[in-house]
Design a protein around this ligand. Structure first.
Ligand SMILES: C[S@@+](CC[C@H](N)C(=O)[O-])C[C@H]1O[C@@H](n2cnc3c(N)ncnc32)[C@H](O)[C@@H]1O
Length: 217
Protein backbone atom coordinates (compact mmCIF):
# COMPACT_ATOMS: atom_id res chain seq x y z
CA UNK A 1 0.00 0.00 0.00
CA UNK A 2 1.29 3.44 -0.88
CA UNK A 3 2.29 5.78 1.93
CA UNK A 4 -0.35 8.35 0.92
CA UNK A 5 -3.08 5.70 1.14
CA UNK A 6 -1.79 4.51 4.54
CA UNK A 7 -1.82 8.08 5.81
CA UNK A 8 -5.40 8.67 4.62
CA UNK A 9 -6.74 5.34 5.81
CA UNK A 10 -5.25 5.46 9.29
CA UNK A 11 -5.89 9.16 9.79
CA UNK A 12 -9.60 8.37 9.34
CA UNK A 13 -9.33 5.65 12.00
CA UNK A 14 -7.46 7.76 14.55
CA UNK A 15 -10.56 8.89 16.42
CA UNK A 16 -12.39 5.57 16.21
CA UNK A 17 -12.39 2.91 18.91
CA UNK A 18 -11.68 0.03 16.56
CA UNK A 19 -8.99 -2.42 17.60
CA UNK A 20 -5.93 -2.33 15.35
CA UNK A 21 -3.82 -5.00 17.00
CA UNK A 22 -3.11 -8.60 15.95
CA UNK A 23 -1.12 -9.89 18.92
CA UNK A 24 0.28 -9.18 22.34
CA UNK A 25 3.80 -7.82 21.66
CA UNK A 26 3.49 -5.27 24.48
CA UNK A 27 2.59 -8.01 26.97
CA UNK A 28 5.88 -9.83 26.35
CA UNK A 29 8.17 -6.84 25.84
CA UNK A 30 9.02 -6.16 29.51
CA UNK A 31 10.51 -2.66 29.14
CA UNK A 32 12.86 -1.90 32.02
CA UNK A 33 13.57 1.31 33.96
CA UNK A 34 15.94 3.57 32.03
CA UNK A 35 15.55 1.80 28.69
CA UNK A 36 15.01 3.46 25.31
CA UNK A 37 12.12 1.83 23.44
CA UNK A 38 10.60 2.24 19.99
CA UNK A 39 7.12 1.28 18.78
CA UNK A 40 6.87 0.90 15.00
CA UNK A 41 3.39 1.84 13.79
CA UNK A 42 2.47 3.39 17.13
CA UNK A 43 -1.07 4.35 16.05
CA UNK A 44 -2.94 6.18 18.82
CA UNK A 45 0.07 5.77 21.12
CA UNK A 46 -1.36 3.33 23.65
CA UNK A 47 1.66 0.99 23.75
CA UNK A 48 4.09 3.92 23.78
CA UNK A 49 2.39 5.39 26.84
CA UNK A 50 2.43 2.03 28.61
CA UNK A 51 6.14 1.63 27.94
CA UNK A 52 6.81 5.21 29.05
CA UNK A 53 5.43 4.35 32.46
CA UNK A 54 7.62 1.23 32.68
CA UNK A 55 10.89 2.91 31.64
CA UNK A 56 10.28 5.85 34.00
CA UNK A 57 11.88 9.29 33.97
CA UNK A 58 15.31 7.95 33.07
CA UNK A 59 14.00 6.10 30.03
CA UNK A 60 12.47 7.28 26.78
CA UNK A 61 10.01 5.95 24.21
CA UNK A 62 9.66 6.81 20.51
CA UNK A 63 6.47 6.13 18.58
CA UNK A 64 6.96 5.87 14.83
CA UNK A 65 4.07 6.32 12.43
CA UNK A 66 3.35 7.75 9.00
CA UNK A 67 -0.27 8.77 9.57
CA UNK A 68 -0.75 12.44 10.49
CA UNK A 69 -4.08 11.66 12.15
CA UNK A 70 -2.59 8.89 14.31
CA UNK A 71 0.41 11.05 15.28
CA UNK A 72 -1.88 13.90 16.31
CA UNK A 73 -4.07 11.57 18.37
CA UNK A 74 -1.03 9.98 20.04
CA UNK A 75 0.48 13.37 20.93
CA UNK A 76 -2.85 14.51 22.41
CA UNK A 77 -3.03 11.33 24.49
CA UNK A 78 0.49 11.90 25.84
CA UNK A 79 -0.44 15.48 26.72
CA UNK A 80 -3.71 14.40 28.35
CA UNK A 81 -1.85 12.06 30.71
CA UNK A 82 1.07 14.47 31.09
CA UNK A 83 3.57 11.90 29.85
CA UNK A 84 6.80 13.68 28.94
CA UNK A 85 9.33 10.94 28.18
CA UNK A 86 7.91 10.19 24.73
CA UNK A 87 8.22 11.53 21.20
CA UNK A 88 6.05 10.65 18.23
CA UNK A 89 8.03 10.79 15.00
CA UNK A 90 6.62 10.87 11.49
CA UNK A 91 8.66 8.33 9.59
CA UNK A 92 8.38 5.50 7.11
CA UNK A 93 9.22 2.08 8.48
CA UNK A 94 11.74 1.53 5.69
CA UNK A 95 13.71 4.66 6.56
CA UNK A 96 13.48 5.26 10.29
CA UNK A 97 14.26 8.78 11.43
CA UNK A 98 16.34 7.53 14.34
CA UNK A 99 20.12 7.25 14.76
CA UNK A 100 22.02 3.93 14.77
CA UNK A 101 22.03 2.01 18.07
CA UNK A 102 19.26 4.06 19.69
CA UNK A 103 17.04 1.38 21.20
CA UNK A 104 17.19 -1.29 23.87
CA UNK A 105 13.80 -2.55 22.75
CA UNK A 106 11.75 -2.31 19.53
CA UNK A 107 8.14 -3.43 19.51
CA UNK A 108 5.48 -3.43 16.82
CA UNK A 109 1.90 -4.61 16.59
CA UNK A 110 0.15 -5.38 13.31
CA UNK A 111 2.16 -2.92 11.24
CA UNK A 112 5.09 -4.53 9.42
CA UNK A 113 2.69 -6.37 7.08
CA UNK A 114 1.90 -2.97 5.53
CA UNK A 115 5.49 -2.24 4.50
CA UNK A 116 6.28 -2.48 0.78
CA UNK A 117 9.91 -3.44 1.47
CA UNK A 118 9.93 -5.64 4.57
CA UNK A 119 13.62 -6.50 4.27
CA UNK A 120 14.41 -2.78 4.53
CA UNK A 121 12.30 -2.58 7.69
CA UNK A 122 14.13 -5.48 9.35
CA UNK A 123 17.47 -3.95 8.32
CA UNK A 124 16.34 -0.71 9.97
CA UNK A 125 15.26 -2.51 13.15
CA UNK A 126 18.71 -4.09 13.32
CA UNK A 127 20.40 -0.72 12.70
CA UNK A 128 18.53 1.19 15.43
CA UNK A 129 18.95 -1.52 18.07
CA UNK A 130 21.87 -1.25 20.45
CA UNK A 131 24.11 -4.30 20.72
CA UNK A 132 22.28 -6.77 22.92
CA UNK A 133 18.98 -4.97 22.17
CA UNK A 134 15.80 -6.95 21.50
CA UNK A 135 12.58 -6.84 19.52
CA UNK A 136 9.09 -8.21 20.13
CA UNK A 137 6.81 -8.03 17.09
CA UNK A 138 3.21 -9.15 16.50
CA UNK A 139 2.29 -9.53 12.87
CA UNK A 140 0.43 -11.53 10.23
CA UNK A 141 1.98 -14.01 7.80
CA UNK A 142 0.57 -16.08 4.95
CA UNK A 143 0.76 -19.87 4.81
CA UNK A 144 0.89 -19.69 1.00
CA UNK A 145 1.88 -16.61 -1.05
CA UNK A 146 -0.92 -14.03 -1.17
CA UNK A 147 -2.43 -13.90 -4.67
CA UNK A 148 -1.80 -10.70 -6.60
CA UNK A 149 -5.57 -9.95 -6.71
CA UNK A 150 -5.59 -9.35 -2.93
CA UNK A 151 -2.64 -6.97 -2.81
CA UNK A 152 -4.87 -3.98 -3.59
CA UNK A 153 -8.11 -5.39 -2.20
CA UNK A 154 -9.56 -2.84 0.29
CA UNK A 155 -10.88 -5.56 2.63
CA UNK A 156 -7.57 -7.43 2.67
CA UNK A 157 -5.76 -4.15 3.33
CA UNK A 158 -8.19 -3.20 6.10
CA UNK A 159 -7.69 -6.62 7.69
CA UNK A 160 -3.89 -6.22 7.49
CA UNK A 161 -3.07 -9.30 5.42
CA UNK A 162 -2.91 -7.93 1.86
CA UNK A 163 0.84 -7.42 2.20
CA UNK A 164 1.63 -10.50 4.27
CA UNK A 165 4.61 -12.64 3.28
CA UNK A 166 4.99 -16.35 4.05
CA UNK A 167 6.45 -17.53 7.34
CA UNK A 168 9.56 -18.76 5.50
CA UNK A 169 10.12 -15.41 3.82
CA UNK A 170 9.60 -13.71 7.17
CA UNK A 171 12.25 -15.83 8.86
CA UNK A 172 14.69 -15.41 5.96
CA UNK A 173 14.35 -11.62 6.14
CA UNK A 174 15.09 -11.67 9.86
CA UNK A 175 18.17 -13.82 9.33
CA UNK A 176 19.37 -11.64 6.47
CA UNK A 177 19.01 -8.56 8.68
CA UNK A 178 21.36 -10.18 11.21
CA UNK A 179 19.08 -11.74 13.82
CA UNK A 180 20.50 -15.19 14.46
CA UNK A 181 17.89 -16.75 16.72
CA UNK A 182 14.22 -15.89 16.77
CA UNK A 183 11.66 -17.18 19.23
CA UNK A 184 7.98 -17.58 18.40
CA UNK A 185 6.10 -16.58 21.53
CA UNK A 186 2.51 -17.05 20.36
CA UNK A 187 0.98 -18.16 17.09
CA UNK A 188 -2.62 -18.53 15.95
CA UNK A 189 -3.98 -21.43 13.94
CA UNK A 190 -4.09 -20.58 10.21
CA UNK A 191 -7.43 -19.16 9.09
CA UNK A 192 -8.94 -18.68 5.64
CA UNK A 193 -9.48 -15.33 4.01
CA UNK A 194 -11.09 -15.92 0.65
CA UNK A 195 -8.59 -17.97 -1.32
CA UNK A 196 -5.81 -16.97 1.05
CA UNK A 197 -4.78 -18.49 4.37
CA UNK A 198 -3.07 -16.42 7.04
CA UNK A 199 -2.02 -16.61 10.69
CA UNK A 200 -0.80 -14.16 13.31
CA UNK A 201 2.20 -14.56 15.57
CA UNK A 202 4.35 -12.75 18.09
CA UNK A 203 8.08 -13.21 17.64
CA UNK A 204 11.08 -12.04 19.62
CA UNK A 205 14.78 -11.81 18.88
CA UNK A 206 17.98 -10.15 19.93
CA UNK A 207 20.86 -8.30 18.29
CA UNK A 208 24.08 -10.03 19.34
CA UNK A 209 26.04 -8.13 21.96
CA UNK A 210 29.37 -8.76 20.21
CA UNK A 211 31.00 -10.92 17.58
CA UNK A 212 31.94 -13.58 20.13
CA UNK A 213 35.70 -12.89 19.93
CA UNK A 214 37.80 -11.01 22.44
CA UNK A 215 38.16 -7.84 20.34
CA UNK A 216 35.49 -5.97 22.34
CA UNK A 217 33.33 -5.24 19.29
C1 LIG B 1 -2.99 -1.70 12.28
S1 LIG B 1 -2.38 -0.18 12.88
C2 LIG B 1 -1.65 -0.68 14.43
C3 LIG B 1 -1.52 0.46 15.41
C4 LIG B 1 -0.98 0.06 16.79
N1 LIG B 1 0.28 -0.63 16.70
C5 LIG B 1 -2.00 -0.78 17.54
O1 LIG B 1 -1.73 -1.98 17.78
O2 LIG B 1 -3.05 -0.25 17.89
C6 LIG B 1 -0.95 0.12 11.86
C7 LIG B 1 -0.27 1.48 12.09
O3 LIG B 1 0.94 1.48 11.35
C8 LIG B 1 1.07 2.68 10.62
N2 LIG B 1 1.80 2.36 9.38
C9 LIG B 1 1.41 1.50 8.41
N3 LIG B 1 2.33 1.43 7.44
C10 LIG B 1 3.34 2.26 7.81
C11 LIG B 1 4.58 2.63 7.19
N4 LIG B 1 4.97 2.13 6.02
N5 LIG B 1 5.39 3.49 7.85
C12 LIG B 1 5.00 4.00 9.07
N6 LIG B 1 3.84 3.70 9.68
C13 LIG B 1 3.01 2.85 9.05
C14 LIG B 1 -0.37 3.15 10.36
O4 LIG B 1 -0.46 4.53 10.16
C15 LIG B 1 -1.07 2.67 11.64
O5 LIG B 1 -1.08 3.66 12.64
Amino acid sequence: MEIKEINNRYSELAESECCLSCGGAINYAEPQKGEVCVDLGSGRGTDVLRMAESVGETGFVYGIDISDGMLEKARKNAEKFNIRNVRFVKSELEKLELPDKTADLVISNCTLNHAEDKQAVWDEIYRILKKGGRFVVSDIYATIPIAEEYRTDPVAIAECWAGAVTRNEYMQQLEKAGFASVEIIEESKPYSKGKAEVASFTIAGKKASGCGCSCGC
